[in-house]
Write a new protein. Structure first.
Length: 292
């Protein structure tokens, strides 16, 4: 049992480390979110299919399990969330974007209560209120380095990701990696139709290739597989590291540092989410001990 849990933690941690340069690479790829999202979606979709089939030898029909229409809803949500993330990174301060997206696990808990009739604990409402104050501070800074549409896209991405978590939680027997792959392809093709087939300069194309061939597909597959061994709360707690590591990389390599209000808001949100995830995880472990 302990080996299985360790495996889950290791998969999620490696996934976070691989995903952390994503925001930096999007910035290095240029400032046209449609072109970047097109390449990112198509390459990511193809590589997720390749990596996933190397890990799960079953047919795509067998991987779909009993998910039914949820498989296709998840596909569309992944396409939309991928574009929103790329657009947000292109139009807003990276720290702002990553801190807003860190709100995803909490949104997932609220959506689970709405659609899966799961109980909402008092600490969830308290954490939502505190994080709401932090988000209000972030949005009040819009107009400087962060454009309002960039922040709105980040918020939309967080909501879409939370919806994906709820869908995956509602159907534990299905492997949604292929659904994410087809979602990436769908979003990428749509973006290509809007922007046209654009070959970026070599100095930008390498960043797109790094995102599409390694960073996005490997991390997403690792996150999906980590959920086989650890809970969503544990995976969500580890994923909070992306907000810190991603912002740090952009700060070091591009010199984009957050303002003081953004830093304080980020600390408030990440601290609250960290405590919330820790309490959720501790309660789950206690319940497991009692049941055994």
């Amino acid at each position: 049992m302990q080996q299985q849990v360790f495996k889950g933690y290791l998969l999620a941690f490696i996934g976070v480390c691989i995903l952390s340069p994503d925001a930096l690479l999007i910035r290095l790829a240029g400032n046209d979110p449609w072109v970047i999202a097109g390449w990112r979606g198509i390459l990511t979709g193809i590589m997720i299919l390749i990596y996933n089939q190397g890990l799960d030898r079953r047919s795509l029909k067998a991987q779909k399990g009993s998910s039914g229409y949820r498989y296709y809803v998840n596909m569309v949500l992944f396409a939309l969330s991928s574009f929103c993330f790329t657009y947000a990174i292109s139009k807003a301060n990276v720290t702002d974007v990553l801190v807003i997206i860190a709100f995803t696990p909490l949104l997932s808990a609220l959506l689970s209560a709405l659609f899966l009739q799961e109980q909402v604990l008092l600490r969830t409402w308290v954490a939502t209120l505190v994080c709401g104050v932090g988000l209000a501070i972030l949005f009040s800074q819009a107009g400087g380095e962060s454009q309002p549409l960039g922040l709105i896209s980040a918020a939309a991405c967080a909501i879409l990701l939370a919806a994906q978590f709820v869908i995956m939680r509602s159907c534990p027997d299905a492997n949604f990696s292929s659904s994410m792959a087809f979602g990436g392809l769908l979003g990428g093709i749509v973006c290509m139709l809007v922007s046209g087939f654009v070959i970026l300069p070599a100095s930008q194309m390498w960043a797109v290739l790094a995102i599409g061939l390694m960073v996005s597909p490997i991390s997403f597959v690792l996150f999906v597989y980590s959920l086989r061994y650890i809970t969503a709360a544990e995976t969500g707690l580890i994923m909070l590291l992306e907000s810190v590591l991603g912002s740090l990389l952009v700060w070091v390599f591009l010199g984009e540092h957050p303002s003081l209000p953004t830093t304080l808001a980020g600390l408030l949100i990440l601290g609250t989410l960290g405590i919330y995830s820790f309490l959720t995880l501790r309660e789950a472990k206690q319940a497991l001990l009692v049941s055994t």
